[in-house]
Design a protein around this ligand. Structure first.
Ligand code: NDP
Length: 331
């Protein structure tokens, strides 16, 4: 059968396309322009891969894009950390874009949707990601829409709020149209090999840019943020397995492999790729984040129900680093 994947030329979107093709689907990927379609067709030369041009997530007509499609994976959404106009740049494409896709999907009589949300939609405690708790599917980010659109919050918070309000809009939509079966995927920070078309490492996707900032020779030790992680191939697999599983209809699938600090990542790189030592920032003697709490996320549905265990931190970091070094050579 044929599925539609929105944002098919994105970092995660391209991996979702790949997993779907590998699982035997005919895949139609949406991109914003014919140039992007042509570049993506070079990545997926398969005759089972098609493209559809959807120039505007909110205003475009999806009739052609949805012809012959039996399920939709909506993954397109802005992910940047510098936001000029929170509503126009982030909240509208996320929320209204999701609603446009869902309305068109429902109108076309399609019954199955998987939405790429984010773990960012989940932390419900005032301490957010440093609360000493295990967050689960009942937790929701507390920021209000007014706060998120006020222009007073940092870009990262505006981004995770955009994911929350997009996800909430989707759950509200399927309350109204219960024939539409929705599952959301809520991954933590996703790292991994780049297979989508990029023209320069300056336009690297936001999450992989964190790892590139460790090895690009700038030697600025990035902020001492503690975060959690997952790998992109497994995250894409969670999407496809979710699409195929009745038991996760109506569920939010959180996906985290646990803590990943900058110190841990630097140590993994210096041990396994010692030739990069001169490009790395000075590694402190102890992890500045040692002893600090990082929230946990209940990933039972992804790991046990869907059986996607995910790669460990070492595999994830090294696959990412190797892919970025290869891009450096090629671009
Ligand atoms: P990318 O920036 O690599 O991909 C984003 C995709 O969305 C691109 O195809 C992009 O198209 C499209 N897109 C963005 N804004 C718009 C818009 N206004 N109109 C139409 N299309 C748009 O990011 P990721 O691959 O990282 O993100 C993919 C999804 O995964 C997003 O929903 C993101 O929120 C989610 N996610 C990502 C995580 C991560 O750590 N990477 C973690 C959790 C969730 P174009 O190339 O034309 O700009």
């Amino acid at each position: 059968s044929r599925i539609l994947v929105t944002g098919a030329n994105g970092f995660l979107g391209a991996h979702i396309v790949k997993e779907a093709l590998d699982s035997g689907y005919i895949v139609r990927g949406t991109v914003r322009s014919s140039e992007k379609a042509d570049m993506l067709k070079k990545v997926f030369p398969s005759e089972k891969f098609e493209t559809a041009i959807v120039p505007d997530l909110i205003k475009s007509d999806y009739t052609e894009a949805l012809k012959g499609v039996t399920a939709v994976i909506h993954s397109a959404s802005p992910f940047t950390l510098s936001v000029n106009d929170p509503k126009k740049d982030m909240l509208d494409p996320a929320v209204e874009g999701t609603l446009s896709v869902l309305r068109a999907t429902q109108a076309a009589g399609i019954k199955r949707v998987v939405l790429t949300s984010s773990i960012g939609a989940v932390p419900s405690q005032p301490e957010l990601l440093s609360a000493d708790v295990t967050y689960g599917p009942d937790d929701w980010l507390p920021f209000t829409y007014e706060e998120a659109s006020s222009g007073q919050l940092p870009g990262f918070i505006v981004y995770i709020a955009s994911k929350k309000f997009a996800e909430l809009a989707a759950w509200d939509f399927v309350k109204e149209y219960p024939e539409l079966k929705l599952t959301t995927i809520n991954p933590t920070v996703v790292y991994g090999p780049v297979i989508h078309p990029i023209s320069s490492l300056k336009s690297l996707n936001t999450s992989n840019a964190i790892i590139y900032s460790l090895i690009n020779g700038s030697k600025d030790l990035p902020p001492d943020a503690v975060s959690s992680f997952c790998d992109v191939v497994s995250t894409a697999k969670v999407h496809i397995k979710a699409l195929q599983s009745e038991s996760v209809v109506g569920k939010r699938i959180l996906f985290s492999k646990g803590k990943a600090t900058i110190y841990q990542m630097l140590n993994i790189i210096v041990k396994a790729r010692p030739e990069l030592k001169d490009r790395l920032p000075l590694i402190p003697e102890a992890d500045p984040m040692e002893g600090k709490t990082i929230s946990r996320f209940d990933s039972t549905l992804a790991m046990d129900t869907l059986g996607v265990k995910g790669l460990n931190l070492e595999e994830t970091v090294l696959q990412t680093v190797d892919s970025l070094l290869e891009l450096e050579r090629k671009l």
